[in-house]
Design a protein around this ligand. Sequence first.
Ligand code: ATP
Length: 319
Amino acid sequence: MEPPLLEAVALTKRYGEVDALTGVDLIVPAGQVLAVLGPNGAGKTTLIRSIATLTRPTSGLLNVAGIDVVAEPSRVRRVIGLAGQYAAVEPAMTGRENLRMVARLSGHGRRDARSAADAVLEQLDLAEVGDRLVRNYSGGMRRRLDLGSSLVGAPKVLLLDEPTTGLDPRSRNELWSAIRELVGRGTDVILTTQYLEEADRLADRIAIIDGGRVVAQGSPAELKGLAGEDVVEVRVRDDADAHRAAGVLGSHAILEPNGTGISLPATDGVQDLIRVIGVLQDAGIALADIGVRRPTLDDVFLALTGRPAATDVGVEAAA
Ligand code: ATP
């Protein structure tokens, strides 16, 4: 049987006074995409840097693709590719030159480097701009090229540290499709992210980390299940009716702190919706909006860590 993609047991990392990882326990089978999700400072980068052999764990066990990261770092480096938070590409060279250089550095002969670079440009939809200087690339193109540099060595496991942080929504979508395509071709991926949507869209398994340890893990659906049931959300047309509406809807109805929205648990989505509309109509209360909301990863995150995750989409201009 293929060894697990990742196996961490009681993994810790201490930088001086700071405990960046405080006991990570995580086993993920091969053939999966793992998203490590957590707020700023949770320990995501430390975990990915440990897996990439760039930092040495303080204690515990860490294996990637069955190889012990501490005992055999050079074997680990042969099976992984890493793309970091900031695109590490040379702006004064073309995309193609960048990739050829990386391929040469990773031990390809001249001709192999050429074909590896061409193949990766094709794969990431960059062939057309391959001969343009990287300084004229958009932010999204640079990230894709950076992803490309981690692919020229045809890694078995690809490590991505916050691959889309700071990208505009369109570039983010393009990068997501590029990653999904790699996964489709059989590359295992471990990525870190602050974005719930990113984890939801890309991962088979999500590990939520906070304070340097895993606080929950599972498939996106399992994790959403942790946040409980569906909720009916109601907004009344006249704010002055909100209290009365909450009253007629029964003891499970919760009035939002801003006083205009009401939510109540839904055990039977559409039927609950119909019932709520009926009750409010009978009470003569006009509705502005109503809907059933399924739990999101954000609810899970909030329930587990006591604070919301970064859910906003970075819209910094693609530099
Ligand atoms: P972000 O989303 O901001 O990148 P993160 O989840 O990746 O955060 P880490 O970068 O792993 O978090 O940091 C975890 C903790 O370890 C933080 O408190 C950070 O300040 C600390 N830390 C990280 N690297 C070092 C270092 N080289 N020296 C000292 N402390 C560090």
